[in-house]
Design a protein. Structure first.
Length: 460
């Protein structure tokens, strides 16, 4: 019995402290056992309580384990779903990459075509801006270049409406280039005064106002009367065009849209050409003018002398108003003398009349010979001036050499222009005087021959 009590006490001692170590919430024994039976009962109660708590703890552990297992399975399912989704996204990504590469290639092809079109449109628009700004049609229709300027500066592809606008602008320019129209516009004269008047536009070539040609500033669009107009025949055409109301009128056009007209009015006139010749040119012109007057005067004189000589040939009565009459008078005064003396007297009379008929022919000959020499002198002087300009300023600006070269060329031209007519006039005057002298010699020889025949008949 004592052995049993001892074992029960030992079991109580072993079982009693265990709940206190594992569960701090287990109640402590309310009272101490006073007898062995109480102790045994107490041990039983505590053993049952410990078993219940152990079962509860195991249940909690199993419940937690099941929850963890369930959560692990849920996470595994989610992981599997995400893996499947990842695989799907990877396949979709690869497919999108392939599609994107194909689309990029197609885009590059289309961009290449549109890029080339864009470049062409910008080039055409830029050229159109210049054409419209320089076109004389813009004087009647200002502000047309804005669309083309915007397209030339655009950074993106133009719209279909813009392309059609550019097309219409080009077609309008083509149509206006074949029209002759009248319109009112502001005109600035060379003095700077601005008035409103009627302007005649001949296609895209000329602008005319009141019989005078106009020029248009490409930047400001202002219409100005040329301070220097072209030759008179062009101005007469412009006047006829201004007066015409119908029909066809001759008109000079400038296909270069003002450039030829600008060069034409810049060409020096006759007075400027003469001024380019300098003093040598003035000398040549003066010499030519004097020679021309002398030649004309001598031709008139010789024609009168020839007419009087021909009248003298028709009568036997000697007249002192012509060379032949004076020779006949000498013959009549000395016809009774010696034949040889008479011949000498007639020769003397002819020699006295010949210089009168040949007067100033030597001057014409000298002028004809000196004029080209003066032209050569002017050429040398002009070349000297040119080389002096080259020495001082170099060859950078050709305009600095223009004065010397112009003088060198114009003096040569003036010398030839003066020499050639003077040579011809000298030849005409000389041949006319020589013909009259030959008539005098012929008539003198005839008189001597008749006198010799008469003496021979008397002696026979």
């Amino acid at each position: 019995m004592s052995r049993a009590v001892a074992l029960a006490a030992a079991a109580a001692l072993l079982a009693g402290p265990a709940p206190a170590q594992e569960d701090t919430q287990a109640p402590a024994p309310a009272e101490q056992a006073d007898t062995v039976l109480e102790l045994l009962e107490l041990v039983r109660v505590e053993a049952r309580e410990g078993s219940r708590m152990n079962r509860e703890r195991v249940e909690r552990f199993r419940s937690a384990r099941d929850e963890r297992q369930r959560m692990l399975e849920e996470v595994s399912r989610q992981l599997a779903a995400e893996n499947r989704r990842s695989n799907t996204l990877n396949r979709r990504y690869e497919q999108n990459e392939a599609n994107l590469a194909e689309l990029e290639e197609r885009l590059q092809i289309r961009i290449g075509n549109f890029g080339e079109l864009f470049g062409v449109v910008r080039d055409v628009a830029g050229n159109t801006v210049g054409e419209v700004l320089s076109s004389l049609s813009s004087a009647q229709y200002p502000g047309r270049a804005e669309l083309a300027r915007a397209m030339a500066q655009a950074k993106e592809l133009p719209s279909l409406q813009d392309l059609r606008g550019l097309q219409l602008m080009l077609l309008e320019e083509m149509a206006q280039s074949g029209q002759v129209v009248r319109f009112n516009a502001e005109i600035t004269d060379p003095s700077g005064q601005t008035t409103v008047g009627e302007v005649i536009r001949v296609g895209a070539f000329n602008l005319v106002h009141d019989g005078r040609f106009l020029t248009r500033d490409s930047f400001t669009g202002a219409l100005r009367i040329l301070p220097r107009q072209p030759a008179g025949r062009y101005l007469s055409m412009a006047e006829d065009l201004g007066k015409a109301t119908s029909g066809v009128v001759d008109m000079a056009v400038d296909p270069s849209r003002g450039q030829l007209l600008g060069l034409l009015i810049q060409a020096p006139g006759l007075g400027e050409r003469i001024q380019q010749g300098g003093y040598v040119g003035y000398t040549i012109i003066g010499m030519g003018f004097i020679g021309l007057l002398i030649a004309l005067w001598r031709l008139v004189v010789l024609q009168g002398a020839g007419r009087r000589i021909r009248l003298q040939l028709k009568t036997s009565q000697a007249s002192e108003d012509n060379a032949l009459g004076r020779i006949l008078a000498v013959y009549e005064r000395h016809q009774s003398g010696n034949l040889d003396a008479l011949a000498l007297k007639l020769d003397e009379a002819i020699m006295r009349e010949a210089p009168i008929l040949e007067r100033y022919q030597g001057i014409l000959k000298v002028f004809a010979a000196v004029a080209p020499l003066l032209g050569l002198l002017g050429t040398v002087v002009g070349m000297i001036i040119t080389f002096q300009q080259l020495t001082l300023f170099g060859t950078g600006d050709p305009k600095l050499m223009a004065g010397g070269i112009s003088q060198a060329l114009i003096t040569t031209v003036l010398g030839l222009i003066v020499a050639i007519p003077l040579v011809l006039l000298h030849s005409v005057v000389s041949s006319s005087s020589q013909g009259l002298v030959e008539i005098l010699e012929e008539q003198s020889a005839g008189l001597i021959a008749r006198r010799a025949e008469g003496e021979a008949a008397e002696s026979a």
